[in-house]
Write a protein that binds this ligand. Structure first.
Ligand SMILES: Cc1cc2nc3c(=O)[nH]c(=O)nc-3n(C[C@H](O)[C@H](O)[C@H](O)COP(=O)(O)OP(=O)(O)OC[C@H]3O[C@@H](n4cnc5c(N)ncnc54)[C@H](O)[C@@H]3O)c2cc1C
Length: 463
């Protein structure tokens, strides 16, 4: 028997695991294991699967379950420690394991422990490029460090776009599996957090799953053709189609990045390429850059996971959306209620936590990890490290190599640029409905406070 263990490759299209299983032809069972430690709070009270994120994952799994069912494959859902659960199962009935290659160090440790006992084959399903294509950049030097790995995204992009000029692999065709079975004797009982209900909110809301993801992409590219304004609208804070909103599908693997990339190329063949379609592919390369950096850096990418809190009061204020900075509080409200925040606001929130609240960037990253429906270890921790001015390769080294310049955002300037009518703030903090931009800016800077709003726990420096 062969067992396909799905993790964040929750789809049928462009899926090497199903292709390998079909080629081998042995009876196949498919399992998803919810790691139970995702629900256990760490020392700072954060877990890895907040309610909204759990709800998105559940929707993704339900969609996958239905799609597999229509191919007569049963998806077994369980929770627990993945290594222990797989070992237990193997002791009952041996199998060969198929699963996606590790992205983060935690997964590497799982796969290492499992493959000591269980014959394991891994495949790549998360990235545009393959390890072989990346080899010229990722080969390690004599001291085991990836000597040739570009130190910045721009250098990476230049190499990918011109020097290497790598073609992105074609997505695989959907495979028909011949032999199907399910895991005998496995409890199919996955317990979800009780409060997994979708609270009514005004923000962004997408359904999880492969089918909604494919429909969403089709709409974005072909029906509404919102890609036509991507480069000019991508920094907005409100709305559904100012940017692609593909990240929640990419993060769980409900959409294959290669499929997305080739759909954009198809769009370009039909309508011509322009700065908007180019820029969407450019952003997908950012994702790629962080992914491969994480793979190479391993634990160095994160540093220690649980970090001391320098200012407890400020941290509490952040967690409860009570910083007294309306732009940030609105972002935290949106994040907690919808599981999503625009890229521009994420950058501003991160900058405020790191550079004004002077809290450790890893607290902010862990907070985002709990809530984001598009959480992806590489993109999340990579972007936080970037705004903290730390190169992902060296983040935990004692003498962490600082970038030349920290990425500090001027929130009042950003607010004026990207939310001059205060649409976002008023959506998430309706009690501030009558205020003007100038009043909010003065309050955020601490120069003239709004009477009925929280005093900033840390005011912005003068613009
Ligand atoms: C502090 C912080 C934390 C973040 N955490 C995550 C995360 O956990 N998961 C995640 O997918 N993205 C993360 N991002 C990156 C970015 O904010 C989101 O990818 C983007 O907002 C998703 O919306 P979209 O799909 O509409 O993006 P679009 O603007 O439409 O971009 C298309 C795709 O390109 C990729 N992309 C775009 N910007 C980035 C970027 N800066 N870094 C990496 N990939 C990018 C994403 O896959 C995205 O879906 C983070 C950014 C910041 C500043």
């Amino acid at each position: 028997m062969q067992l396909l263990w799905l993790r964040n490759d929750l789809r049928l299209h462009d899926h090497p695991g199903f292709r390998i299983a079909a080629e081998r032809g042995e009876p196949l069972a498919v399992v998803y294991i919810l790691p139970d430690h995702w629900l256990t709070p760490d020392n700072n009270g954060l877990n890895r699967l907040g309610t909204i994120k759990a709800r998105f994952l559940r929707a993704t799994l339900i969609n996958l379950h239905r799609n597999l069912n229509s191919e007569n494959i049963r998806l077994t859902l369980i929770s627990g420690d993945p290594v222990e659960r797989l070992m237990e199962c193997y002791d009952r009935e041996p199998f060969t394991l198929l699963t996606q290659a590790a992205q983060a160090p935690e997964e590497s440790a799982w796969l290492q422990a499992i493959s000591d006992k269980i014959p394991t084959t891994t495949y790549e399903a998360m990235t545009l490029f393959s390890p072989e294509q990346m080899a010229p950049l990722t080969n390690t030097g004599h001291d085991d460090s990836p000597a040739l790995w570009p130190k910045s995204f721009s250098a990476f992009r230049r190499q990918i776009e011109s020097r290497l000029a790598l073609p992105v692999a074609e997505p695989l065709k959907t495979q028909n599996l011949r032999l199907l079975d399910w895991l005998p004797g496995w409890p199919g009982n996955l317990t979800w957090p009780d409060d997994c209900v979708w609270p009514p909110h005004q923000g962004f809301s997408l359904n999880g799953g492969e089918d909604p993801g494919i429909r969403w992409l089709a709409d974005y590219l072909w029906e509404s053709r919102s890609i036509q304004h991507y480069k000019t609208s991508r920094n907005q804070l409100t709305g559904l189609k100012y940017s692609s909103h593909l990240s929640p599908y990419l993060a769980w693997g409900a959409l294959s990045p290669k499929y997305v990339w080739h759909q954009i190329l198809k769009y370009e063949r039909e309508f011509g390429s322009d700065e908007h379609s180019y820029w969407l592919r450019y952003e997908l390369l950012w994702r790629e850059y962080f992914h491969w950096t994480l793979r190479l850096a391993g634990d160095r990418f994160f540093g220690q996971r649980e970090v001391p809190i320098a200012h407890q009061e400020r941290w509490q204020a952040w967690c409860e959306a009570r910083t007294g900075i309306p732009m940030v509080d609105a972002g935290i409200q949106e994040l907690k209620q919808s599981g999503f925040v625009s890229n521009r606001l994420r950058q501003n929130m991160a900058s405020y936590l790191i550079h004004t609240l002077e809290l450790d960037w890893r607290l902010g990253a862990a907070f985002f990890e709990q809530h984001l429906i598009d959480f992806d270890p590489a993109s999340n921790w990579g972007n936080w490290a970037y705004i903290a001015g730390i190169h992902g390769m060296t983040s935990s080294d004692a003498g962490a190599e600082q970038m030349h310049q920290d990425h500090v955002f001027d929130l009042n300037w950003q607010l004026e640029q990207y939310d001059p009518a205060l649409k976002h703030i008023k959506m998430w903090l309706p009690q501030l409905g009558d205020l003007t931009l100038k009043q909010i800016q003065s309050h955020q800077q601490g120069s003239s406070l709004i009477p009925n709003y929280l005093k900033p726990v840390a005011s912005l420096p003068a613009s």
